[in-house]
Design a protein around this ligand. Structure first.
Ligand SMILES: [Zn+2]
Ligand SMILES: [Zn+2]
Length: 444
């Protein structure tokens, strides 16, 4: 029987019978599937798309906004989506929003970019340096936005080939604010089958990607403690209760949590990165403040550290006759970022088709953290790094450095990976039960 005769019929009834969606996959053989990422990369490298992405990225770089303040950033992106005729739902989590491309029906697959900048001063002297004192896109989120917009353009141009709906997630406040947490709480990932996120990296060469299956980034929390004593003359310590010395001992004691209490094979970190107290060389202050972060690769590990950090600070302070209060509530805890095993294999296939086997790198877990973890906790998620180190050029400074720069050659890779992962996912992973076809996003 000639299968092609059935295709038009199948196409018309697939909304009712999802089983036929699976059959539609038969139309594309592995060679045809492999062409999708190659074609998207070639398209993304075309001057009209590349120059536009570079322009967007530079505009954002000049005008960085911090977490939950990305109003102009969000407006600029939505304006670009308007020009492409892509609908979206705004606002979600203050400045965030989601856009939609495709049939408006399941399956749904999401691709995500973060939009926020860092509270730091840029030290790179170039034409598009940050115009805002003390704020900088020092982590490359300006590039992430440009890449997702690039993917939106590629997918919108091929919207009639999409076998479902791509959800574009533009999230606020990745840098500690947990914008992803708030976005997931609004239900944007309901009925979404998978989500992909990326980060530019100076550790890997341009044209290469790196990731791993399972835990890739640590869970993290932060703390601040105020240690109260009794101030006085620095030459008469017997009349004071010295919070500086107490805080110093607290900091030393905290080092034992990882070196003596944690399993050496279970990576953990406790770092005190802030220490404030006193304004004069001859005055013992009333109080000292310390702050820091802690990391672990399990929920239990993270909660165990939290409990012990509080105990060590309050009890060690008491040894020195000080009172201490510990605050963990300032910022949300980030869960461990866990890459779905099935998506890992899928990612490798798509990336290999685009970049070749030797450019797909396996990486070790790192103690950094990402609020993409909130998405990946709710639905299967996959996070990967896109290399931008040009081997022939000077070495780039890493993220969060005031000298951080983005190699803009990376933009087509990110855009094409986003678009390919989304489009092929819809082709390769179709729902198996008819009931899932009645599901739709309210906003569509
Ligand atoms: Zn960052
Ligand atoms: Zn980042």
């Amino acid at each position: 029987m000639d299968f092609s005769k059935w295709v038009p019929l199948i196409s018309t009834i697939y909304v009712l019978f999802s089983l036929t969606l699976t059959l539609l996959n038969c139309n594309l053989n592995p060679e045809e599937l492999a062409e999708i990422p190659i074609n998207f990369l070639n398209l993304a490298k075309r001057p009209e798309i590349l120059d536009w992405m570079v322009g967007v990225r530079r505009k954002l770089h000049e005008n960085p906004e911090l977490g939950f303040e990305e109003f102009e950033t969000s407006k600029l992106i939505r304006h670009e989506l308007d020009k492409m005729g892509i609908p979206y739902k705004y606002p979600i989590a203050v400045t965030g929003f989601v856009g939609f491309i495709g049939t408006g029906k399941p399956p749904f697959v999401a691709i995500r970019a973060d939009m926020d900048a860092l509270a730091m001063q840029e030290s790179v002297e170039w034409e598009h340096k940050s115009k805002v004192e003390g704020k900088m896109h020092g982590c490359g989120h300006d590039a992430h936005v440009a890449m997702l917009l690039g993917a939106a353009k590629l997918l919108q141009e091929h919207r009639h080939d999409l076998q479902g709906t791509v959800i574009l997630v533009f999230q606020p406040a990745e840098e500690g604010g947990g914008g992803a947490k708030i976005m997931t709480e609004t239900g944007i990932l309901e009925n979404v089958a998978a989500i992909f996120g990326l980060h530019v990296s100076t550790r890997f060469p341009i044209g290469a990607v790196a990731s791993r299956s399972g835990s890739i980034l640590a869970g993290s929390g932060c703390f601040e403690a105020i240690i109260n004593g009794k101030g006085g003359h620095a030459a008469l310590p017997q009349h004071t209760i010295d919070p500086i010395l107490a805080a110093s001992n607290v900091i030393v004691s905290l080092q034992y949590l990882v070196s003596r209490e944690a399993d050496p094979l279970d990576s953990q970190v406790v770092t005190v990165a802030q220490f404030q107290g006193g304004n004069a060389f001859n005055v013992i202050p009333d109080s000292a403040t310390i702050g820091g972060t802690f990391r672990a690769f399990s929920e239990e590990g993270l909660m165990g550290l939290k409990r012990r950090i509080e105990e060590v600070i309050t009890r060690q302070a008491a040894v020195h006759k000080c009172n201490a209060t510990v605050n963990f509530d300032d910022k949300p805890f980030f869960p461990v970022t866990v890459n779905n095993e099935q998506l890992h294999q899928y990612f490798r296939n798509v990336a290999r088709d685009m970049l070749g086997e030797r450019n797909i790198l396996e990486m070790k877990p790192i103690m950094g953290s990402e609020d993409f973890s909130f998405f990946a906790k709710v639905i299967p998620g996959y996070f990967y790094y896109v290399g931008m180190q040009n081997e022939t050029g000077e070495r780039l400074h890493p993220g969060h450095s005031p000298f951080f720069t983005v190699n803009e050659e990376v933009l087509p890779y990110g855009a094409a990976l986003h678009a390919s992962l989304a489009m092929r996912y819809l082709l390769e992973y179709q729902p198996k039960s008819a009931s899932s076809n009645v599901i739709s996003h309210d906003e569509l």
